[in-house]
Design a protein around this ligand. Structure first.
Ligand code: DC
Length: 229
């Protein structure tokens, strides 16, 4: 069967990763969480005390750091590794969420991450979630979905996720962080968050995960089984 690229873009905490993971599992495709890559770069810069304005330092860091994904056999989770160490939980902390948009705005960071993402998906058979997959990383993706949801619903979902990770954060702080990131992500000059002209819109405010997954799988069937004109 033809191997596709499935691009799932949209705002933070709309359920992109959960949906993308389930779609990848259903299709036996690889899954790439591109947000995790920007988070890993942010963690690296913070830990090495490299200022986001120090472009020579950032360039050096991008040459040095190694980001990879490994599947945890026990949990089935795809986890992010930075320089060989599992940093999955560390990259989800609020301290990273609060800085990641400042790092993902740096053109040099984007170029390095986009190049790695294109290498990861070059054999196709991949579900990738992020902000610019359908517009920049894989403009030729056969399935493109753009996800959105009410900001309060997104914040509530994020609060549950953070609590599962042992971090208690007030809802208002999360709403503020999401609004700030939405703004920075959509207004940056280098591949801003925007819906590709050929992406289908999926508002997840009133949906449960199964419905989101079914929506994407229906698009996949349509892409696989609609005869080309
Ligand atoms: O999906 P996430 O919240 O883990 O993403 C973290 C940040 O990374 C988000 O604020 C924007 C940025 N990002 C990006 O600029 N491009 C992507 N393809 C994925 C994420």
């Amino acid at each position: 069967m033809k191997q596709l690229v499935i691009a799932i873009d949209g705002y933070s905490s709309c359920g992109k990763s959960t949906t993308a993971k389930a779609v990848a599992a259903a299709l036996h495709y690889a899954y790439v969480d591109t947000g995790a890559m920007y988070r890993a770069v942010t963690l690296y810069l913070l830990e090495h005390h490299i200022s986001f304005e120090d472009l020579a330092g950032v360039e050096q860091a991008l040459h040095t750091l190694q980001i990879s994904f490994r599947r945890n056999r026990r949990t089935g989770r795809n986890e992010v590794f930075l320089d060989g160490a599992n940093r999955e939980d560390d990259i989800r902390q609020m301290v990273i969420s609060n800085s990641v948009s400042e790092v993902s705005v740096i053109p040099m960071v984007r170029h390095a991450m986009v190049a790695q993402q294109q290498r990861m998906g070059r054999k196709r058979g991949v579900v990738m979630d992020g902000r610019d997959i359908g517009t920049t990383v894989f403009p030729d993706a056969e399935v493109k979905v753009f996800m959105t949801a009410d900001v309060v619903v997104r914040a509530e979902r994020r609060q549950v996720e953070l609590a599962q990770n042992g971090e208690q954060v007030a809802l208002d702080d999360i709403i503020e962080n999401l609004r700030k990131r939405d703004h920075l992500d959509s207004t940056r000059t280098e591949s801003p968050l925007r819906r590709a002209a050929d992406a289908v819109l999926l508002d997840t405010t009133h949906l449960v995960i199964e419905e989101q997954v079914d929506f994407v799988l229906e698009r996949v069937s349509a892409a696989l089984f609609t005869p080309q004109a």
